[in-house]
Design a binder for this molecule. Structure first.
Ligand code: B12
Length: 448
């Protein structure tokens, strides 16, 4: 069959992100079918109309990575744009329309209804190949775990038990776009998140148990990306070091394979072996993005983070001592946040030297999280509340504006204190630097 996979994500904040999910969806489709990818960062609607005409797809897969930007102070909502694209596609094509992706999986029934597609696949896109085969053979696709149709929803399926095949095509037109603009491609070393952070949908998205990719296999993919021209790799794992031994094995495999480009990713500031970050740096790690969230001991406990304040300082020092750039993400305004816990966090944050600090204020409430249950119990939401348009948890003792005002006052114009991801202004600055040949996430230029 002829299959077109579309990435409609054109968000440039903090920078455009290579649609890695579609490589896996493409990898799930058996030989004998023809597959093309249209990344809307590269394709105009005219070019897309051309593909519909010339290639005449029988199935169109639409990746819904982002529902919104999760920034309470600078909100963007993408589902209406995707809906317009679906209507546009339906006017020009009779292909079966299928949606999936992380944003989709967070609220599948709601996103499905909002988009008006024919099928949705909850969870991992590896089941797309099964749908293609079922449609070709005239079988009932709703037998496939994770399927949604207008009259049926299977609910959340078990994590995909089979092989994950990444069909990276270096000749694809969109690869060039990312290579020219910052040179960053991305790479996954495992799926699953074993942490229990109260606000986070990752365990629901990827499963709670880690499914590790063999380090030599990860290194082989990394080399492929390097040979295709990548100048930097972002490891997309929820937290690269949530399995410390595996992350070390991956780093060693990078070194053994001769990977020479730098890389970065999300890390948890856990208690780590003393030489952890020097081993990582030796294997090419350059940027560490810590999911710290708070530096109030009470709030870290409430969020159920697997570390305390001391571990954050220790991990930060270890990273800097190893010559790495370190950033911290903060999530303020959760249950029990108060003027005192905000002050405690800010006092501690002052002591984090040479770093970029990203502050998200107000926590988006996602289904299947402990925060959802807390918000229900506190009557901040009801079971009927529609969470598709973001609803942010706000603490009783301090509101979002007050927290933001306190951060701004404390920041006193320091450029490394950033509200959210920095918005369009910082995205424009990043673009300028990419145009001049810089690579990677570039927030180190803010750290002073
Ligand atoms: C790594 C990451 C980042 C990195 C990306 C770096 C890079 N160069 O790749 C950075 C830090 C830049 C980032 C930024 C943002 N991110 Co982010 N990010 C992630 C994370 C942790 C992993 C994404 C990933 O690549 N996974 C690996 C790939 C293989 O998985 P995947 O894309 O989900 O694809 C699989 C399935 O979803 C499915 N699938 C995908 N497409 C399709 C299509 C079809 C048809 C089908 C059937 C299936 C399918 O199959 C794939 C294989 O199984 C996720 C959370 C998570 N654990 O998923 C959040 C996540 C995607 N991000 C999110 C958000 C909001 C953002 C930002 C808007 C935040 C901000 N304000 O800056 C920006 C947007 C950036 C952009 N330009 O789009 C949200 C989206 C949810 C929402 N509310 O909309 C998530 C889910 C986190 C969350 N809050 O829960 N992000």
């Amino acid at each position: 069959m002829r299959i077109l996979l579309i990435s409609p994500n054109t968000l440039t904040v903090p920078y455009p992100v290579y649609p890695i999910g579609l490589d896996y969806v493409a990898g799930s489709i058996s030989g004998g079918h023809q597959v093309r990818i249209a990344d809307m960062n590269v394709f105009s609607l005219e070019a897309l109309a051309g593909i519909l005409r010339d290639f005449s797809p029988e199935i169109i897969g639409l990746s819904c990575r982002n529902i919104d930007n999760t920034e309470a102070g600078d909100p963007l909502f993408f589902i209406s744009e995707y809906r317009k694209l679906v209507v546009w596609l339906k006017e020009r094509s009779t292909a079966v329309l299928v949606c999936g992706g992380s944003g989709f999986t967070i609220m599948p029934e709601r996103v499905f209804a909002a988009l008006g597609v024919d099928y949705g696949i909850i969870g991992e896109g590896e089941r797309f190949g099964l749908l293609v085969d079922a449609l070709q053979q005239g079988l009932d696709p709703t037998q496939i775990p994770g399927m949604i149709s207008p009259s049926f929803s299977s609910g959340t399926p078990e994590p995909w038990p089979g092989k994950q095949v990444r069909a990276f095509q270096r000749q694809a037109s969109h690869v060039e776009f990312y290579l020219k603009r910052g040179g960053m491609l991305n790479l996954q070393t495992k799926r699953g998140c074993s942490f229990n952070c109260i606000y986070c949908p990752y365990p629901h998205l990827e499963g709670k148990k880690h499914r590790l990719v063999r380090p030599d296999e990860v290194a082989r993919t990394a080399l492929d990306l390097q040979e295709a021209g990548a100048k930097y790799l972002f490891l997309t794992d929820s937290a690269f070091n949530s399995d410390v031994a595996h992350s070390l094995a991956v780093a060693k495999a990078f070194k053994a394979a001769g990977l020479s480009i730098p890389w970065g990713g999300f890390f948890a500031p856990l208690r780590l072996p003393a030489d952890y970050f020097s081993i990582m740096a030796d294997a090419g790690l350059k940027h560490v993005e810590f999911g710290t969230e708070s530096l109030s001991a009470a709030m870290l406990a409430t969020y159920r983070k697997p570390f305390g304040v001391d571990e954050v300082f220790a991990a930060h020092k270890q990273a800097l001592d190893a010559g790495l750039h370190a950033a911290h993400y903060f999530l303020l305004g959760g249950p029990g946040e108060s003027p005192a816990t905000v002050s405690e966090s800010l006092d501690h944050i002052e002591r984090l030297n040479r770093t970029a600090l990203f502050f998200f204020i107000g926590i988006r409430i996602y289904p299947h999280t402990a925060l959802y249950d807390i918000a229900l119990e506190e009557r901040k939401i009801s079971r009927e509340t529609d969470l598709l348009r973001p609803v942010f948890y706000e603490a009783d003792a301090i509101d979002r504006d007050t927290i933001e005002a306190r951060i701004m006052a404390r920041a006193d114009k320091r450029s490394n204190w950033i509200i959210g991801s920095g918005g369009a202004r910082s995205a424009a600055a990043v673009k300028k630097m990419y145009d001049r040949g810089h690579t990677g996430p570039l927030w180190e230029f803010l750290t002073g």
